[in-house]
Design a protein around this ligand. Structure first.
Ligand code: SF4
Length: 346
């Protein structure tokens, strides 16, 4: 049985003539009959209203460095209160967070506890955090909670970010846009076929459009992640098109993180992505003009580091989530003064 404290009316929905209610939080735009839940199982139609079932229900909460998200050009080394709930609107076959993302909320919320927006903000302030990050599962699913928390966070001088698959509706993005500072989005591939196979969605253009909107209308800091999986999203033409799209819309200094797939869940039979494949993908990105193509899940690889696009010097040396060397003053290279795109401590 769901605890009533966790239920909040869905902020964006509309009644349909046939008694169903359409949810307008993510681009699935589920049409939900009385008593039923949407695709993500986290929203239920009860007595002519649509409710989020996971408001404030936290499955994971810890203070972690921003590099884990990963964000590499957004206050490197800063600490963030990182929070996740349960469920997902994609259910990718190789999900690395499947224990929480693939959880069936209809069966209950035994592994969660309620944390109010006020408690989350307090915890972030007490922990010396730069802000709050909604991560681990798709943040759009507990949209109402992240919106309330983001408003409160901003009132208290904290920053905010989403670690997301980007399948939010434009309506929802525009509601939270004024309170969301940074947007780390998975671009899982660059073709309809790839998105159909991985996420079972008919189109991905809306994801791309909303990332552009996040940047242009709401001024969000953008970083892109592609978890490279052999046979699923490693087509070279698609990767080249993804890199071109990043350069065209966000500029050549936008970080693109190519992360190594490790086998999980329905893709447990696959091998981890070979490092040589990650490296060749990185070359594609750099050939297309990107200055910062990082490799993830390969601790100790030189492509974890940031080099100055102006003079080529090492600016930030990393080992996994740790910073070993730092040679920036504000956003300027200490060697040649080149201004690095992103947000850095003064
Ligand atoms: S948030 Fe859930 S219920 Fe709403 S449209 Fe997306 S999948 Fe459907």
């Amino acid at each position: 049985m769901i605890n009533d404290n966790t239920m909040q009316e869905t902020l964006l929905c509309r009644p349909l003539e046939d008694q169903r209610i359409q949810c307008l939080i993510c681009r699935r735009r589920c049409k939900i009959a009385p008593g039923e839940t949407g695709h993500c199982k986290t929203r239920r139609h009860i007595n002519d209203k649509l409710y989020s079932l996971i408001y404030g229900r936290v499955s994971s909460m810890r203070i972690s460095p921003i590099e884990i998200k990963p964000f590499f050009h957004y206050y490197p080394g800063s600490r963030w209160l990182s929070m996740g709930s349960l469920g997902c609107n994609f259910l990718c076959p190789g999900c690395q967070n499947w224990e929480i993302a693939h959880a069936d909320v209809e069966k209950g919320l035994p592994s969660t506890k309620y944390v109010s927006p006020g408690e989350a903000v307090e915890r972030a302030l007490e922990g010396g955090c730069k802000g709050i990050s909604w991560t681990y599962n798709e943040p759009t699913l507990w949209f109402e909670y992240t919106l309330d928390s983001a408003r409160l966070a901003k009132e208290n001088g904290l920053l905010t970010n989403y670690v997301t698959n980007g399948y939010i509706t434009q309506e929802a993005l525009d509601l939270i846009g004024p309170y969301l500072d940074a947007y780390r989005v998975d671009v899982k591939g660059f073709s309809r076929r790839t998105y159909q196979r991985i996420a079972h969605i008919p189109e991905f253009q809306g994801i791309l459009d909303n990332i552009v909107r996040g940047k242009e209308k709401w001024g969000m800091h953008i970083e892109i992640v592609t978890n490279l999986t052999l046979g699923w999203n490693d087509n070279e033409d698609d990767l080249r098109n993804a890199a071109r799209w990043i350069v065209e819309h966000f500029g050549s200094e936008t970080p693109w993180h190519i992360t190594r797939f490790y086998p999980h869940l329905k893709l447990a039979h696959l091998s981890p992505t070979p490092v040589s494949k990650l490296e060749s993908t990185r070359r594609i990105g750099m050939d297309e003009g990107l200055k910062h193509v990082y490799l993830g899940n390969v601790p100790g690889h030189a492509a974890e580091n940031t080099h100055c696009p102006g003079c080529g010097e090492l600016l930030i040396e990393r080992y996994s989530y740790e910073i070993l060397q730092y040679h920036l003053k504000g956003n300027k290279c200490t060697y040649c003064g080149h201004q690095i795109a992103g947000s850095f401590e003064p």
